[in-house]
Design a protein around this ligand. Structure first.
Ligand code: HEM
Length: 582
């Protein structure tokens, strides 16, 4: 099989198993189902910082050396360590998360009053979302991705089920029991926090042991992972203290001046550090842009990790001490600056290097990752405006709710969706179940989030009922978006390379391409012919959507007529390629 930049790794391994050793040397193959990643070689080389030409040279040497000798492909066990975490996160967010949130918003809109809801219920929703949706997603991804980016094995893998079990028990008890005014079962609330703390301590132990066992050179992203783990542990300890406070004083709501800044410590400390770490390590390849500006990324690391504890303490004490209040107003500026600086350091909105422009692959996740950073900009602007709105005023509270939503849905949830839609098909060596549903999810979630964030601000500044109505409708768009995403990802997770209906069996195996052959069948059965389509000017073939749609209806004859390509010359090129393979 002749190797070119669009050669799919799993196809090359299938036809030339001797290439496996080369991929293993570059740690390229441990991801991607049982036969390797469904990724073009050029992309994987950039994502794993391997020189493409060196890689291809070694692959060809392996093929020449290994030619003719039958080498058995070892049966890879598909690593599904992330799956139960992600699936449970989807169930939690679609139940006590977004569905509860949407109902609550409609009730608030009906009452024209944001303070009309029993706040312990809001806190239960908030806890289920930050630990259940975001926490479980990050834990699942980290257990899969960190060993791979650190080129090592996951340490104490057997603890993953215990981590999962303890986390689920803790989150479920807390979400259900905290709002229930029934003293005889209150002892369960501190027990829930103990289960969560045990799960998170074990997770931290496994991840830190894995990172520290790696012989890979330390990257600029490493310290973000480590800081994220430390903030996760600190937030979990705080959660334990707040819950024991609840229990000892027989109250149902955690005092707001504790709860709200703690939510931001959890989001800025643990969640953003992890997301930033993954982005630093992967975005330059995913978006085909230049590597990060390391000096800026290091500066942001310092500013955020110094500012976060000050932010938490000053906001917690702002009601009591004027100094703390003044500091709480000041500290948002370095944090806001850090968000903008990180975007500059990551080059997220910069032009593509075009290094991978000839590569055929699904890039629908790219807009989701970029849009998430647009929402981080919105969050930073709201954060910087808040000190000017009068401490504890209704308008400031509305802005605070909008800030929360811009960060938790606009940035974090969008990033989870963007990365899950890219990474999980890669993990499995298949395509996302439906790109169409991915695009619909993108539109609905952005629309719902836009309505919520900006109409809640307008409720704060004008109080007009019309804006309450908009707020009340926003949650249902977000519920539709996350339901579609949940379905799409669940279907993808339940598909394996084996269960994926291979078209080759469905349609007759092609031995010769004629003018009546469907474009789709040629590329599906002989992926290496894709380059020929591109060389003859069929550029739209670079889009998987076009191949899966137009390609299924267009015959070679139709395609050559549409693009004014010499039919005989094109047929000869295709058949020569196929003959070379057989
Ligand atoms: C996507 C649909 C969502 C809807 C409809 C929704 C709805 C709500 C509502 C109505 C409130 C109370 C009003 C307010 O404080 O603004 C609230 C608060 C909260 N939500 Fe959500 N939410 C959603 C997603 C999320 C996500 C994804 C997270 C976290 C990852 C989250 C975490 C929280 C937290 C922590 C609070 C309490 C904030 C505080 O009191 O300081 N929510 N949500």
């Amino acid at each position: 099989m002749e190797i070119n930049r669009n050669t799919i790794i799993k196809d090359l391994i299938e036809t030339n198993p001797e290439t496996l050793a080369v991929f293993k040397k570059y740690n390229l193959v441990i991801a991607g189902g049982v036969r390797g990643p469904n990724e073009p070689i050029a992309f994987f080389a950039k994502a794993h910082e391997v020189n493409y030409d060196t890689l291809v040279k070694e692959l060809n040497e392996a093929i020449e050396k290994g030619g003719g000798e039958h080498i058995e492909i070892p049966k890879f066990e598909e690593d599904k360590i992330y799956e139960k975490f992600i699936k449970t996160a989807i169930v939690l967010t679609l139940s006590v998360g977004v569905t509860f949130g949407a109902i609550t918003l409609s009730y608030i809109a009906f009452k024209l009053n944001f303070n009309s809801v029993y706040y312990a219920l809001i806190q239960a929703h908030g806890h289920a979302q930050i630990y259940g949706w975001v926490g479980l997603c990050i834990m699942g991804f980290a257990l899969y991705i960190i060993p791979r980016v650190k080129n090592t094995e996951l340490r104490h893998r057997s603890l993953a089920n215990i981590i999962y079990g303890f986390a689920i028990i803790g989150i479920s008890i807390r979400t259900v029991v905290q709002p229930i005014p029934y003293s005889s079962i209150r002892f369960l609330v501190p027990i829930s926090a103990i289960f969560e703390a045990l799960a998170i301590c074990l997770f931290a132990f496994v991840i830190l042991r894995t990172i520290l066992s790696s012989k890979e050179k330390t990257g600029v992203f490493d310290k973000y992972f480590k800081a994220g783990i430390i903030w996760f542990l600190i937030a979990t300890f705080m959660n334990l203290c707040m819950v024991f406070h609840l229990y000892r004083h027989a109250i149902y709501e955690i005092p707001r001046n504790y709860f709200s800044p703690y939510v931001h410590l959890y989001l800025f400390g643990f969640v953003l550090m992890f997301i930033f770490a993954i982005n630093i390590r992967t975005v330059y390849a995913f978006l085909d842009i230049k590597p990060v500006r390391e000096k800026v990324i290091n500066l942001v690391f310092l500013i955020l990790n110094i500012s976060i504890p000050i932010y938490y303490i000053t906001h917690m004490l702002a009601d009591k001490y004027v100094v703390a209040f003044r500091f709480s107003q000041f500290i948002v500026f370095p944090i806001g600056f850090a968000f903008f600086a990180f975007i500059y350091g990551l080059r997220i909105f910069e032009r593509s290097t075009k290094e991978l422009q000839d590569i055929v692959m699904d890039r629908s996740y790219a807009k989701t990752i970029r849009t998430a950073y647009l929402w981080l900009i919105v969050s930073a602007v709201i954060l910087l405006v808040m000190p000017f709105l009068g401490h504890g005023t209704e308008v400031q509270k509305r802005f605070h709710g909008s800030l929360n939503h811009a960060i938790t849905v606009g940035f974090i949830t969008m990033m989870i969706i963007g990365y899950a839609s890219k990474m999980i098909p890669t993990f499995k060596g298949i395509n996302m179940h439906s790109i169409k549903i991915s695009n619909l999810t993108f539109i609905l979630l952005n629309f719902g989030c836009f309505l919520r964030v900006f109409s809640q601000i307008l409720v704060g500044t004008s109080g007009k009922p019309v804006f309450y109505a908009v707020v009340g409708s926003s949650g249902w768009f977000e519920l539709a978006a996350l339901s579609l995403f949940g379905y799409n990802l669940w279907k993808t997770m339940n598909t394996t390379q084996e269960t994926k209906p291979s078209t080759t069996t469905a349609t007759k195996k092609l031995t010769e391409v004629t003018k009546d052959t469907k474009v789709f069948d040629v590329v599906d059965q002989y992926p290496e012919t894709l380059q020929i389509f591109l060389d003859f000017g069929f550029s739209q073939m670079s889009s998987p959507v076009m191949r899966n749609t137009m390609g299924r209806v267009a015959s070679i004859d139709m395609a050559t007529k549409m693009h004014n390509v010499d039919l005989d010359k094109f047929l000869k090129a295709l058949n020569d390629k196929i003959a070379a393979k057989s």
